[in-house]
Design a protein around this ligand. Structure first.
Ligand code: NAD
Ligand code: TYD
Length: 349
């Protein structure tokens, strides 16, 4: 199989590539523009693997995408490339509109024109999205695939827009698509702006652990390898035109997650002078902060037999050990533009 993966130098894309290159003999073309979130350090693990080809391309560039499709002749695409951090989308939404909306439109158009020229339908466009499109569900148990979209942040609104485009290209042009909406991921190679790696690295470096507001916001946390297995399952077995929610059974508050990280660090990296819990600091809340996301994954569990396997204790322990053993990686992705400082505190009107 010849597969295009977009965003394969990022967190989830690189986990998906690790799986594909280990478990299959697919020929992969990895398209990534290596923004601040995509790193050559992350790509090093694929060096020497002939099934991995990399093209540094911006998905905002329709012309380059068209020529890549003509040359590579993919049988499918799994689209992960995106601007992904809510706090950055509050500071500067432009890139989110351009990459997440226009970039997805470009890939849809490329796929449509390419399929039209081939006059065949042996192709699948898998769009990777988020549970944040359903918005803040503080007064509801969980979000199903039938629920209305109610995004709160520029990030989630741009992902919701992209999801709508994908559905429109299916309905109007018969483009064979599937969409997945997943909850918060964690694991190795996640850029340190996100809650879990930020807290782990700050704790290792003995810096304050900044919990936004009271820390009682609820998220559903899934270990990245469980998400990858779900993506593979949907890509191969999902019904064309359908959407599948992906999540784990782990639903906890931010403050509980941070306390768990501190407990595990006290066990895995005891330091006589430090109780990691003492580093926890409550800071000003995020503007427009969603209190709760909770995803209902019954559809994928019942129809496709997928279930998240990793407990939060196992997943966090593996993740913490990975960051402890890969300090060069996280040091290499931090620079003058981003060094664990607070983002997304722009003054509201
Ligand atoms: P990430 O920020 O770690 O990686 C994004 C990758 O996309 C990077 O390698 C970056 O270089 C690349 N990229 C960004 N803009 C690009 C452009 N214009 N052209 C080409 N490449 C570009 O993101 P992630 O956490 O791995 O998320 C991957 C996908 O999964 C995203 O679509 C995201 O919305 C979705 N998702 C993420 C989570 C999560 O918790 N991380 C949860 C659900 C869904
Ligand atoms: P994040 O990892 O940015 O994911 P998302 O906002 O997409 O869910 O944040 C997860 C939760 O953690 C969210 O409720 C915001 C909170 N948070 C903090 O309390 N402190 C932090 O430093 C960060 C980055 C996030």
């Amino acid at each position: 199989m010849r597969l295009i993966i977009t965003g394969g130098a990022g967190f989830i894309g690189s986990a998906l590539l690790r799986f594909l290159l280990q478990e299959t003999d697919y020929k992969i073309l990895n398209i990534d523009d290596l923004t601040y979130a995509g790193s050559t350090e992350t790509l090093k693990q694929f060096e020497g693997n002939n099934n991995h080809n990399f093209e540094k391309i911006n998905i905002r560039d329709l012309k380059s995408l068209k020529s890549i499709f003509e040359r590579f002749k993919p049988e499918g695409i799994i689209h992960l490339a995106a601007e992904t951090h809510v706090d950055r989308s509050i500071d500067n939404p432009t890139g989110f509109i351009e990459t997440n909306i226009i970039g997805t439109y470009n890939l849809l158009e490329c796929s449509r024109l390419y399929l039209k020229s081939l006059k065949q339908n042996n192709f699948r466009f898998h769009h990777v999205s988020t549970d944040e499109v359903y918005g803040d569900i503080y007064n509801k148990p969980s979000s199903t695939e039938m629920d209305p979209y109610k995004p709160s942040s520029p990030y989630s609104a741009s992902k919701a827009s992209a999801d709508h485009l994908v559905r429109a290209w299916h309905r109007t042009y018969d483009l064979p698509v599937v969409i997945t909406n997943c909850s918060n991921n964690y694991g190795p190679y996640q850029f340190p702006e996100k809650l879990i790696p930020l807290m782990i690295i700050n704790a290792i470096e003995q810096k304050p652990l900044p919990v936004y507001g009271d820390g009682n916001q609820i998220r559903n946390w899934i270990y990245v390898n469980d998400h990858v297995e779900a993506l593979m399952n949907v890509f191969h077995n999902g019904q064309t035109g359908e959407t599948y929610n992906i999540g784990s059974r782990v639903e906890i508050t931010n403050i509980e997650i941070v306390n768990l990280i501190c407990d595990l660090l006290n066990k895995l990296r005891p330091d006589p002078g430090t109780n990691y819990h003492d580093l926890i600091t409550h800071v000003t809340d995020r503007p427009g902060h969603d209190k709760k996301y909770s995803i209902n994954s019954e559809k994928i569990e019942k129809e496709l037999g997928w279930l998240a396997k990793t407990t939060i204790e196992q997943g966090l322990e593996e993740t913490i050990n990975w960051y402890l053993n890969n300090k060069e990686w996280y040091k290499s992705v931090l620079d003058n533009n981003y060094n664990l400082q607070r983002l997304g505190l722009i003054k509201t009107l």
